[in-house]
Design a binder for this molecule. Structure first.
Ligand SMILES: [Zn+2]
Length: 168
C-alpha cells in the first residue's frame, strides 16, 4: 500500500522527529600518545593531526558510530546504575563498608556515562532521541561487552584497547 503525500508534507516529515530506526552517524576519535602512553577520546575531528603536550604527534583512530545507538546504550547503563544504587541503599549495615567503596565506583561509572552522552551531543546538531524501548543492540549489529558485576554495556566504540592494543 503506497501513500501519496505532497511536497509540503514530505518536507515536514523530513524535518520532524527522527524515524524510529534512523541512525545518526558520527565519529568517536581515540587518541594515543606513544611517549606518555595516555589514551583519551574526543569528538573533535582534525585533519592535520595533533601534538600532545609533550610534543609528540598523537596517534589517532576515528571510529564510525551510530550516535543514537551509543546514546541508547549509555542511557540503559545509567538506568542500571540508578537501580543498583537504589537496591544497595536498602541493605544491612555489615555490607556498608564494601558498598561504600562500590558506591564510589558506581558514581565514577555514572560520571563516565554522562560525559560520554555530553560528547555524543556535541557530535551532532540534531537532538538525540534514544531508540524505542524494544530496540535490540545485538540485532542491530552493535558490538558490546557486558561488564560484571555492574552489568553495564560497553560498546566496541568505547573499548580503547581495541584500537591501541597494549604492547608488552
Ligand atoms: Zn605525550
Amino acid at each position: 500500500m503506497s501513500k501519496v503525500i505532497n511536497l509540503a508534507q514530505w518536507k515536514q516529515q523530513k524535518e520532524s522527529k527522527q524515524n524510529a530506526d534512523d541512525p545518526v552517524f558520527g565519529f568517536l576519535i581515540w587518541l594515543h600518545c606513544p611517549t606518555c602512553q595516555t589514551i583519551e577520546y574526543t569528538e573533535v575531528r582534525i585533519q592535520s593531526g595533533r601534538v600532545h603536550k609533550c610534543g609528540t604527534l598523537v596517534e589517532e583512530v576515528e571510529v564510525p558510530i551510530d550516535i543514537r545507538a551509543e546514546y541508547t546504550i549509555s542511557q540503559k547503563n545509567l538506568m542500571i546504575l540508578e537501580k543498583a544504587f537504589a537496591e544497595n541503599s536498602g541493605l544491612k549495615s555489615k555490607f556498608k563498608k564494601l558498598l561504600g567503596e562500590n558506591k564510589l565506583i558506581g558514581e565514577q561509572l555514572k560520571k563516565n556515562e554522562m560525559e560520554y552522552q555530553h560528547r555524543l551531543a556535541l557530535m551532532t546538531l540534531k537532538k538525540i532521541d534514544p531508540y524505542p524501548e524494544d530496540w535490540d543492540a545485538k540485532k542491530n549489529g552493535i558490538e558490546f561487552v557486558t561488564v560484571q558485576p555492574s552489568g553495564i554495556m560497553i560498546t566496541a566504540a568505547r573499548q580503547a584497547d581495541k584500537y591501541f592494543p597494549k604492547k608488552k
